[in-house]
Ligand binder design. Structure first.
Ligand code: SF4
Length: 299
């Protein structure tokens, strides 16, 4: 597969089958915290980056697989692809899973982009700044990009879109935390279904610092009702590890089966399986479109 990746175990989107409409790494921002590395192609105009027919063929090939969302994300900003709307439209005819788009919000000021993004079931836009100075410092946009226009675009999108908006706010120590109160007020005014606070947990492009656990929990006073995405307790408790490995040594199971059989909440199953897969205690295989996990031989 060239344009589809996963399914990725995502704490926000469950089993997420990714669709990448870009070439590495194409974005109209160059965020200091980006986990993909420095933006190679700082593009401000929409274009075609990959052949739509081949993307759709890959979506068809994966259509019977088991995943919770088909997610447009990947090597940069998906709304830069002029094919986004058409591919989402056709993908809806092919897959049953809801369609999610992760976007940096910059192009939502364009009515055509809003129309295309509104074809999704869930949109996960981001907003990290309110003032132009902070926007420049944290998101390092292509020239001419104005934060007030992006905020206007987000509000206009809310008016156009009946689906779920999960607004992500990435907080970086010393860069945008000083205007968190302003970000909170504007985030509320956009009226998203969810506000999700994040901080730098994966390797960032620049050596920027995350907020620590206490600092981000304190942010909930400014963002009442928001969710906190990062999980500082990134380990599997010994007893749960033993139960999962015991179960999966007897028979391969899906995420749902682990959830039901061991009475563990789905988000935690995803977290634990990610950890155990990363340390090679588990391996995955696909059978009749479903993703199964089993204990690796070394266990
Ligand atoms: S918008 Fe996303 S892909 Fe683009 S630089 Fe920022 S974090 Fe990276």
């Amino acid at each position: 597969m060239e344009y589809l990746f996963g399914p990725v175990l995502s704490r926000r989107l469950g089993l997420s089958m990714g669709v990448d409409l870009l070439q590495y790494k194409t974005c109209n921002l160059d965020c200091v915290y980006c986990e993909l590395g420095k933006t190679i192609c700082l593009a401000s105009c929409r274009s075609r980056f990959v052949p739509p027919v081949r993307v759709l063929n890959e979506i068809k090939a994966k259509s019977n697989d088991d995943f919770d969302h088909l997610t447009f994300a990947g090597s940069g900003e998906p709304t830069l692809s002029v094919d986004l709307g058409e591919i989402v439209l056709q993908a809806k005819e092919i897959v049953d899973a809801p369609i999610a788009i992760i976007t940096n919000s910059t192009l939502l000021m364009d009515p055509q982009v809003r129309k295309e993004v509104a074809l999704a079931d869930i949109v996960l836009p981001s907003l990290d700044a309110i003032t132009q100075k902070t926007f420049q410092a944290i998101n390092r946009p292509a020239s001419g990009t104005r934060i007030e226009e992006i905020i206007h675009g987000l509000k206009a999108f809310r008016n156009d879109f009946d689906g779920e908006i999960w607004l992500e706010v990435m907080l970086v120590k010393g860069l945008n935390d000083h205007e968190a109160d302003l970000i909170a007020k504007v985030s509320e005014s956009i009226e998203p279904e969810r506000i999700q606070l994040n901080t730098v947990v994966r390797t960032p492009t620049e050596s920027v610092m995350p907020l620590d656990k206490e600092e981000i929990l304190k942010m909930l006073e400014l963002f009442p009702g928001a969710e906190v995405i990062p999980d500082w307790d990134w380990r599997v408790p010994i007893d749960i590890r033993a139960k999962i490995l015991d179960l999966l040594s007897k028979e391969p199971c899906t995420i749902e089966e682990i959830e039901v059989l061991l009475h563990i909440e789905r988000n935690n199953v995803i977290k634990y399986i990610s950890i155990l897969e990363r340390d090679k205690s588990l391996s995955r295989h696909k059978f009749q479109g479903k993703l199964y996990f089993k204990t690796s031989k070394k266990e």
